[in-house]
Design a protein around this ligand. Structure first.
Ligand code: PRX
Length: 651
């Protein structure tokens, strides 16, 4: 990708939303933080690290002499779980609810900080009894239930390294992750509840560990009570954990002691084990959770809808919120079980004040119709967050209006598994946010948009997003493959971290993420973001969701192919494809008109809700379908490719 002027700001977004005076007056962080961090970046992070409870103070904030391998808070020691649990209890907040758990079938649990500490202590004692020690790897393959949080924290408490594998992954995906990390224990459950039924987990574990000689035990939580075939490796959680003492004396670990590995897809078939360590990770998770969500531990009820299988679940369900002493909601199931208003019902029930979710969910709710959230109060909400992919202005506005009733700041937060914590986001009490823009790097973070040659682009220009300074929660490498770490992130320009995302700066210098670099299309020499075209399509009243890919085209280099889901109940024009092409031409320009538009009922999504554009490109380019096993619903692709074969081309 080059940064010639053809990478235009095709969508002209002029709307701005400032926080209310009341919100700003009570905000945790003011605009002064930017200046403070700019003047003394390391001093700023020192101050944030003091949010945590350290056993031994650090003697050096950052050691970058082994770049790109960072050490933060060098010489400091801590136990991450002491900052997340013990100190809240010691401060007299043991009775505060840490977790309101809502199971999909409607079962609930209220877990106080004192109770959570007791459960983590028991689990830590049990892990020790099972022979797990500091540095050992533990794979966690669980549904979204409190034991998942307990299992992660129990590992952290004894210095074991957790590797959470999303419960929707296959046996083979689990096996390869266990194998790569050489895990000696797997923590799982009989099953969990999804879409109104008990879904088994244990059979996938049995299949995976059959080929993993490093695994010495499988610790099984009873969640659903379904039949489980026990093997020699298996021990029930209730047998081994429940009989343990409810206290546990925590050891302290080096600030750079590994905390977790989390696998994420790269450009090759082999997932990368992203490695995070302790002091720096927790510092930035806690600070960003405080600053971006404006968390008030005494009064807020916070809900991040991510599964713990993803980094958002690590940083903004487990570590950030608990370090800050938050009260949060954890929900096990899907948003449409037993009805499409389940989330809004949960928000009213627990008086949730901060909601953090993903654009894909927001667009799904748009598709289901405004009347569903309108049937609930939602008055407790005071802040809304978004993460995971670019949020199109239309979805941003819908979220702000239909969920936030026009009086909640919306924070679009950009970050990655690799960054560990939020990097680019509005500050809710400070920023006049623009729908669809993640706005600015947070205080203490250096981000720029650069050209092919690594030179910063000027306002109005586009290029590659890079991170210019090391940050506390940065990945410390790829497990077992440090060369791949250097090659993937630090070789394009050795002085910058290459995030793999395209971005542009608007005339005010605010950042707009354009998606992964390989999602930027080139049509007749014009660079057009799939996100911009999708955004335009979704702005049409008949469209609920859209995915756009660039397909190879003999004439124009790439041609735009759009897959759209129509909004139920909307007025659908007879020739919808022609109308939508005209609409995109009006919204962006004739250059952005999709060559083909295919109306579909579903889009191929990973289980984390990301649209698999690669598969759509396969279909658009009439290629044999690639691997569909990571899709939430593999059958979707057959329907789409059949539809494509029957579709017509329009020029
Ligand atoms: O392309 C960016 C997109 O998600 C990628 C990181 O994915 P993952 O490691 O799975 O982490 C997702 C949750 C943090 C990024 O490279 N992305 C994430 N947040 C945003 C985003 N793109 C645009 N805007 C965002 N707010």
């Amino acid at each position: 990708m080059s940064t010639d002027p053809t990478l235009e700001n095709l969508l002209d977004e002029h709307r701005r939303f400032s926080p209310s005076g009341d919100f700003s007056a009570q905000a945790n962080v003011t605009g002064a933080a930017y200046a403070q961090a700019a003047t003394d970046r390391l001093g700023f992070w020192d101050e944030q690290a003091r949010r945590l409870q350290w056993e031994t103070p650090w003697r050096q904030t950052l050691d970058w002499s082994q770049a790109p391998f960072a050490s933060w808070f060098v010489g400091g020691t801590l136990n991450v779980t002491v900052s997340c649990l013990d100190r809240h209890v010691a401060a007299g907040n043991g009775e505060r609810i840490a977790i309101h758990f809502e199971g999909e079938p409607g079962d609930t649990e209220q877990i106080s900080y004192a109770e959570l500490l007791a459960r983590v202590s028991q689990a830590a004692n049990a892990l020790t009894e099972l022979g797990i020690g500091a540095g050992d790897r533990v794979a966690i393959y669980l549904p979204m239930i409190p034991s998942a949080v307990v299992a992660m924290l129990a590992c952290a408490r004894i210095g074991a390294v957790h590797s959470v594998v999303f419960g929707g992954f296959s046996a083979e995906a689990l096996r390869s992750r266990i194998d790569d990390a050489q895990a000696s224990l797997v923590i799982t459950a009989d099953g969990g509840y999804r879409r109104g039924a008990a879904t088994a987990l244990k059979p996938a574990v049995d299949e995976a560990v059959a080929n993993c000689p490093t695994v010495k035990h499988v610790l099984v939580v009873k969640r659903t009570g379904q039949d489980v075939a026990l093997t020699d490796l298996d021990v029930w959680w209730h047998d081994v954990v429940d009989r343990q003492p409810i206290t546990h004396t925590p050891a302290s670990f080096d600030s750079e002691h590994p905390l977790f590995i989390l696998y994420t897809s790269g450009t090759t078939g082999k997932p990368k084990g992203i490695l995070h360590t302790s002091g720096g990770y927790l510092t930035q998770a806690a600070y960003t959770h405080h600053a971006v969500f404006d968390l008030k531990p005494e009064t807020d009820v916070y809900w991040c809808t991510a599964d713990i299988g993803w980094v958002t679940g690590h940083s903004y369900v487990v570590y950030g919120p608990l370090a800050n002493g938050s009260t949060q909601v954890i929900y096990e199931g899907t948003p449409d079980t037993p009805h499409q208003g389940r989330w809004w019902e949960i928000i009213d029930k627990y008086k949730v004040s901060i909601l953090y979710t993903a654009p894909t969910a927001i667009r799904t709710f748009m598709k289901w119709g405004d009347e569903i959230p309108a049937g609930f109060s939602l008055r407790s909400l005071r802040l809304l967050g978004s993460v995971g992919e670019p949020i199109n202005p239309e979805a941003w506005m819908w979220y702000r209006h239909n969920i936030g009733h026009d009086n909640c700041p919306v924070v679009d937060t950009w970050w990655q598994t690799e960054t560990g914590a939020i990097m680019i986001s509005p500050l809710p009490g400070v920023t006049a946010a623009k729908p669809g823009s993640a706005m600015r790097a947070l205080p203490g973070i250096g981000a720029e948009v650069v050209s092919d040659h690594g030179e910063p682009v000027s306002n109005g220009g586009g290029g590659y997003l890079v991170l210019t300074e090391p940050w506390p929660s940065m990945l410390r490498g790829i497990w077992g493959d440090n060369q791949r770490y250097v090659d993937t992130y630090w070789s394009r320009w050795s002085q910058f971290y290459f995030a793999g995302d395209g971005a542009k700066l608007d005339d005010d210098g605010d950042l707009w993420l354009l998606g992964r670099v390989d999602d930027v299309m080139n049509v007749s020499g014009h660079r057009i973001s799939t996100t911009e075209v999708e955004s335009a399509l979704v702005a049409h009243p008949a469209v609920a969701e859209a995915a756009v890919v660039g397909a190879n085209d003999e004439t124009t280099g790439q041609a735009i192919v759009a897959f759209v889901i129509l909004r139920s109940g909307a007025d659908i024009p007879t020739d919808v494809a022609t109308e939508l092409r005209a609409h995109v031409a009006t919204e962006i320009g004739a250059i952005a008109k999709p060559k083909k538009i295919l109306v579909v009922n579903e889009l191929p999504k990973t289980r984390s809700g990301k649209i698999m554009r690669r598969l759509l490109r396969d279909v658009a380019e009439n290629r044999h379908l690639g691997d569909v096993t990571t899709l939430a619903d593999p059958a979707v692709m057959m329907l789409i490719s059949d539809g494509m074969a029957a579709g017509t081309e329009q020029d």
